[in-house]
Design a protein around this ligand. Sequence first.
Ligand SMILES: NC(=O)c1ccc[n+]([C@@H]2O[C@H](COP(=O)([O-])OP(=O)(O)OC[C@H]3O[C@@H](n4cnc5c(N)ncnc54)[C@H](OP(=O)(O)O)[C@@H]3O)[C@@H](O)[C@H]2O)c1
Length: 359
Amino acid sequence: MAATDSSKNMAAFLDKPGTPFAVREAPMPTPAAHELVLRVHSVAINPTDYFRAAQGRDVPEDSYPYVIGCDGAGVVHSVGNDVGHFNVGDRTMAMSTEFFVHKADHGMFQRYVVIDGRHACKIPDRLSFDEACVSPLAMATAAGALFEKESMDLNWPRLAGTSEFGEQQKTHANDVVVVWGGSSSVGCCAIQMLKAAGYRVVATASKRNFDLCTQAGAEAVFDYNDEECIDRVCKWVEQRGLQSAGAFPVVIDPSSFEKCAAIAKRLPGRKYVTTTLPRGLLPKPNLGEGIGVGDCLVLQQADLLEHLWSKYMPDALRSGELKCLPPAEFVGRGLESVQGACDLMSKGVSGKKLVVSGI
Ligand SMILES: NC(=O)c1ccc[n+]([C@@H]2O[C@H](COP(=O)([O-])OP(=O)(O)OC[C@H]3O[C@@H](n4cnc5c(N)ncnc54)[C@H](OP(=O)(O)O)[C@@H]3O)[C@@H](O)[C@H]2O)c1
């Protein structure tokens, strides 16, 4: 059902697990003190969206009708009393915290959504909502895996040209992080933030996405479909006299995890592998003696949250150092198109993010 009155809230509801989204009017939300309400214009589709829509995963049984959706961009509509750094009218990208708070008014697949003010960032005018909505969850996921204390605990990304960045760059000139799955959304964000933290980055991807990984900042890219990929990655590092700072198998499958462990074992330096899941949910929680394993879901560490969303991301988007990658692919207009977009996502994507605009 298309709504012409854009002052009304409309949402793509899940009435039960496994049923298609039903678009209808939803209550107009109000923000609590630490929240804002975003008038959403564009949403991006993540792998988790189609899993959750199809299976009802992580949706409490008594919460239906429910609204999911992680990534969006739009304009701030109202602001809670404790959210000092946003004003009504600010162009903003945001990540939903619906999967932490289990509230339908926090799911992104609606026109007016409640956002925790710590998970949102202003965007420059030259960035369209379609471009901007691809990044929030992927940035937070990559940051959680790479920079949280309980995970890889690497140095944080900084703006180039600052003294902090210069020091980090010197310190990590010989430290390589391997991003296995660099053309994924999380992979593109990981590569960019690692470069901005002063590390050297080697990525893996299918050949068609080598340029994407290079554009993000990888110094070398290898085809993970090649049986000799592990050897090629290791030789690249060894021949330059560099060492490992850790390996990040972005796409969660046992094979990527084991291959990253094999790389970390062979290379000199830090023997550590981290992915995008809490340790208890990993396909192989133990990789054997001597290999550290990160523990992460999405970014939650308070000081890092503030650094990422309120400092690094807005500044780096403005300066152009941080790009919204992989590129958005427009797949439909209006909340009615969210179902088709999730169906497309269920077939997998390669080096792009599916976006629905005109919400
Ligand atoms: N913990 C969380 O809250 C959270 C949040 C977001 C994502 N995740 C997880 O993080 C992973 C990445 O998510 P995403 O949104 O970034 O995924 P995505 O963009 O949908 O991933 C697509 C990419 O994955 C790459 N890929 C597929 N199989 C691969 C393999 N075996 N090895 C290396 N690369 C492979 C493909 O590369 P090519 O096309 O180049 O072959 C493709 O470009 C997913 O497993 C997702 O479930 C977790």
